[in-house]
Design a protein around this ligand. Structure first.
Ligand code: FAD
Length: 431
């Protein structure tokens, strides 16, 4: 018999179909299903498996092929909000564990970071951020111009700049981190199935029951929506709205140039709304435009390769907007050979925080999306915090500021909502 199964508030439920005599679910053997094997989903699987659970990750493509593999990978420790800083510290902690356990070098680039400010607003922003970082126990050094130039010789200083160095900052390839989490999770008993698209989250009487995939129904008392830019496509039909929208993030990489050394620190330049880091023998740099571009998740393909961002596909408008201020720090910028342009979608939340925690629509349903451009840096903390929440352990993290319910009712697909989320990226001045 043909059975059309839908879930959530609009359709039949797992239990009602089962009680009508249909065998509709396969036991998944998992005590938690995680949708999406980006860095966030893999980190959650690692921490759940470490806590003794048997998580199952369902990924419709391959591990870390969406936002994660496009990230600049800055693991920026300085955060104005302690609740974010503690998540990043967990990622650093995890890096140590993953490298030790796996006996491998994950290619963490411990270059430190250099914060440069010249204008009054940039000086204020950097001072406040550095004071917060120091208060949270981070190492922060004030550098003289010669000390800064020793580390980043390409930088043009005119006097009057304030220079701060955070020696313990690092960056990493997002794919390397996600796949290390995935290997560790598998070693501890997690299953990660690629080529397994989730079509629907199943909810029965305000309780999550599992998911529907193209290959059948899988039961689980816990479902975590870590589907990145696409997370609301699954949450919304289940009666939940995750407060975020996909917002374009992008950067450029220059051709090899003798000015750039692979060991130089990454730079945060609020005057130019820019960041930069070494990439091979070249420079990777990104700008945050005054009006960031957002997308309707319903229009995003599963495979973003070849996808064109509406209005500014090559990022040229953003480049033209950012170049004059960046040139102040890198004279001759206009003549640099730019070899690569990388763009993708981060999931931004209007307040620049995360959307992590239980979704009120259904007991057992959790959101792990809305990374506000820092999902590689915060993945470890998000993974551990959710694992603690799911297993009912004592929480080492303050998740209240990330409560998905904090914006009240909204339509996650409306243009107005997208603009609010894009504003969070435009206003960002640090990493
Ligand atoms: C250009 C750029 C630069 C960035 N720079 C930084 C940086 O310097 N530092 C930093 O910390 N962060 C950075 N970010 C942000 C970072 O990449 C993201 O925050 C992070 O990768 C989010 O991870 P994720 O697992 O939530 O999402 P993703 O990596 O997008 O993973 C989501 C996964 O869900 C899967 N999925 C979706 N729908 C389904 C479905 N129905 N069924 C099964 N699977 C599904 C997708 O295929 C995908 O693999 C950057 C992002 C971009 C685009």
């Amino acid at each position: 018999m043909n059975v059309s199964i839908t879930g959530g508030r609009h359709g039949h439920s797992v239990r009602s179909l089962a009680s009508a005599g249909f065998v509709v679910t396969r036991p998944s053997g998992a005590d938690a299903i995680i949708i999406g094997a980006g860095v966030v989903g893999c980190a959650i699987a690692h921490h759940l498996a470490e806590a003794g659970m048997k998580p199952l990750v369902l990924e419709r493509r391959g591990i870390a092929q969406a936002a994660t593999s496009r990230a600049a990978g800055l693991l920026t420790r300085a955060r104005l909000q302690p609740c974010l800083a503690v998540l990043v510290r967990q990622t650093y902690e995890d890096l140590r564990t993953l490298e030790a356990e796996g006996g491998e070098d994950l290619g963490v680039r411990r270059t430190g970071s250099l914060y440069v400010g010249t204008s009054e607003p940039a000086l204020r922003a950097n001072r406040e951020l550095m004071a917060q970082a120091a208060a949270q126990g981070e190492k922060v050094l004030r550098l003289s111009p010669p000390e800064a130039l020793e580390r980043a010789g390409w930088l043009h200083l005119e006097g009057g700049e304030e220079l701060y160095f955070m020696p313990e900052d690092a960056f990493i390839d997002g794919y390397a981190l996600a796949s290390a989490y995935a290997r560790s999770a598998r070693r501890k008993g997690a299953r990660i199935l690629e080529d397994h698209a989730v079509l629907e989250i199943l909810v029965d009487r305000q309780r999550v029951g599992g998911v529907r995939t193209a290959k059948g129904l899988l039961a689980s008392p816990v479902v975590v929506d870590a589907a990145g830019a696409w997370a609301n496509l699954l949450a919304w039909p289940a009666g939940a709205a995750i407060p975020m929208a996909p917002v374009r993030s992008h950067y450029w990489i220059t051709a090899p140039d003798r000015r750039f050394r692979p060991d130089m620190p990454f730079l945060i330049l609020p005057d130019a709304r820019a960041y930069a880091r070494p990439e091979g023998e070249g420079l990777l740099f990104g700008f945050r435009e005054a009006q960031s571009v957002h997308a309707d998740p319903r229009e995003l393909p599963a495979d973003l390769r070849g996808h064109e961002v509406a209005g500014d596909p090559g990022g040229w408008a953003s480049m033209e907007e950012g170049a004059p201020a960046f040139q102040r720090f890198l004279p001759g910028f206009a003549e640099l050979a730019v070899a690569h342009y990388i763009s993708g979608y981060s999931t931004y939340v209007p307040d620049g925080m995360l959307a992590v925690g239980p979704l009120a629509a259904a007991a057992g349903l959790f959101s792990a999306a809305g990374c506000s451009g820092g999902g590689v840096a915060t993945a470890g903390g998000v993974g551990r915090a959710l694992a603690q929440m799911i297993t009912g352990s004592r929480l080492d993290f303050d998740l209240k500021p990330f409560d998905p319910a904090r914006f009240g009712a909204f339509d996650p697909f409306s243009a107005e909502w997208g603009r609010r989320c894009a504003g969070a990226r435009s206003h960002k001045t640090s990493g």
